[in-house]
Design a binder for this molecule. Structure first.
Ligand code: UGA
Length: 417
């Protein structure tokens, strides 16, 4: 089949995976510079396996990128709209890019082309535009893997012909394909992200209790996660969720609830708990080092394996500490350039993790990059490395740092055995 993808962000680029499902793919974007770079095999984002997919697809003549939408749509069976849906100041979704993209596709498409929105859009959008809903559930850092091996494919349409085309597009995937009304598909996406965000906030609140009562949150999480009704995933306590999805989508879901006169108290509480997880961590640091301390920060990305700092908990924690007068040197293996756009000259940037710790009163670990584990000197009594380590991700929790002479503080580690 011929598949056109409009928008070359995370979701649009992951759609390159349609090539491996046997389809021809044309990626379209209004940004000519980006299209030019993509046609030279240069990717605007870091995603494991994506560059290989793009380069192989182009070499085999099954993938190309263009700014010319009408030309791309010639003979297309299906067109996926994957443009951005940023938040407006009131938390609602800005649909201007969707509106523009759908209008351009409508004007240029052939009668048989099925138009699909893959971007996360408010409930009712796909019905309003008369298009199919097909939300994407991939997570950053594993976009290719998630796209090619999804837990389920959700297809929102009441049109039998569109349903047939959509099932044909995904025919090679071995997972449930759930066909439902467009509103159900759209709500599924928000419900999934809202639920996962709530799950994280739940474990973070339990972690606050664990610290007080002398429990180890990792043991509690493992034990409750063994119950299949709860499940083991998304129970890692830390400094709260961030990224381009959970904060934005929980806001949007609260807005949808408000508009429909539903008081979604639980989701509001999840957001409050998320802010509190950051603040609690900051308080722990300040209680030891004082507000004006010299701090080393390892990790800026909103999670490991990405250079994305959007709504990163690490950036939020740094902002809170800066506001109280801390002096901070940061290091991240991948996200420094993006962080510079947010933090500017308010922090110092180290070119290695160990350089960041020089003369610091304490080390703060804010993103769970696994390589950080190899950088802690064997003895906390040595010179040139901070004695105090505050671990916002429990990355070092199993390294027995207290026994090695460090003052180690994780999240929810009341008593470890
Ligand atoms: C999330 C969802 O996981 C995807 O299914 C969804 O498609 C995507 O949003 C989206 O809507 O586009 P993503 O934002 O890439 O994906 O990252 P996650 O791996 O879900 O992590 C989100 C945040 O939660 C990160 O800040 C992470 O550190 C935090 N987190 C995650 C925890 O604090 N604890 C956990 O146990 C898991």
């Amino acid at each position: 089949m011929k598949v056109v993808v409009v928008g070359t962000g995370y979701v649009g680029l992951a759609c390159v995976g349609f090539v491996t499902m046997g389809h021809e793919v044309v990626g379209v974007d209004v940004d000519a510079g980006k299209i030019e770079r993509l046609n030279h095999g240069e990717l605007p984002i870091h995603e494991p396996g994506l560059a290989e997919l793009v380069i192989d697809g182009m070499r085999e003549g099954k993938l190309r990128f263009t700014t010319n939408l009408p030309e791309a749509l010639t003979g297309a069976d299906v067109c996926f709209v994957c443009v951005g849906t940023p938040s407006l100041p009131d938390g609602s979704v800005d649909l201007q890019y969707i509106e523009a993209a759908v209008a351009s596709v409508r004007a240029a498409k052939e009668p048989q082309t099925v138009v699909v929105i893959k971007s996360t859009v408010p409930v009712g959008t796909c019905n309003r535009f008369g298009v199919v809903s097909n939300p994407e559930f991939l997570a950053e850092g594993r976009a290719v893997q998630d796209f090619l091996h999804p837990d389920r494919v959700v297809i929102g349409t009441t049109d039998p012909l569109a349903k047939e085309v959509m099932l044909a597009v995904y025919a090679s995937l071995d997972c449930p394909k759930l066909v439902m009304a467009p509103a159900s598909a759209e709500l599924t996406k928000y419900a999934a992200n809202g639920f996962l965000a709530t799950k994280i906030s739940f474990i973070n609140e339990i972690s606050a209790i664990a610290e007080k009562v002398g429990a180890d949150i990792r043991d509690v999480a493992q034990a409750i996660g063994a119950d299949p009704r709860i499940g083991p995933h998304f129970l890692r306590a830390g400094i709260g969720y961030g990224g381009s999805c959970f904060p934005k989508d929980t806001e949007a879901l609260m807005k949808i609830a408000d508009l429909n006169a539903v008081d979604f108290a639980m989701l509001k509480a999840a957001k409050v708990a998320n802010d509190r997880a950051r603040e609690r961590f900051v308080q722990k640091v300040i209680a030891t080092t004082g507000a004006q301390a010299k701090l080393a920060v390892w990790g800026l990305a909103f999670k490991a394996q990405t250079d994305d700092v959007r709504k990163s908990a690490a950036i939020d924690v740094i902002e809170l500490l800066l506001a109280r007068g801390a002096s901070i040197t940061v290091y991240d293996p991948m996200a420094t350039e993006n962080a510079k756009k947010v933090l500017g000259e308010r922090v110092r940037y180290a070119s290695t993790a160990l350089e960041a710790t020089t003369e610091a009163d304490a080390l703060l670990v804010l993103t769970e990059w696994p390589e950080f584990k190899n950088l802690i000197p064997a003895s906390g009594a040595g010179i040139g490395f901070p004695h105090h380590i505050f671990d916002g991700r429990n990355l070092f929790a199993d390294m027995h740092l207290a026994e090695k002479g460090y003052a180690y503080v994780g999240v929810g580690l009341g008593q470890t055995v």
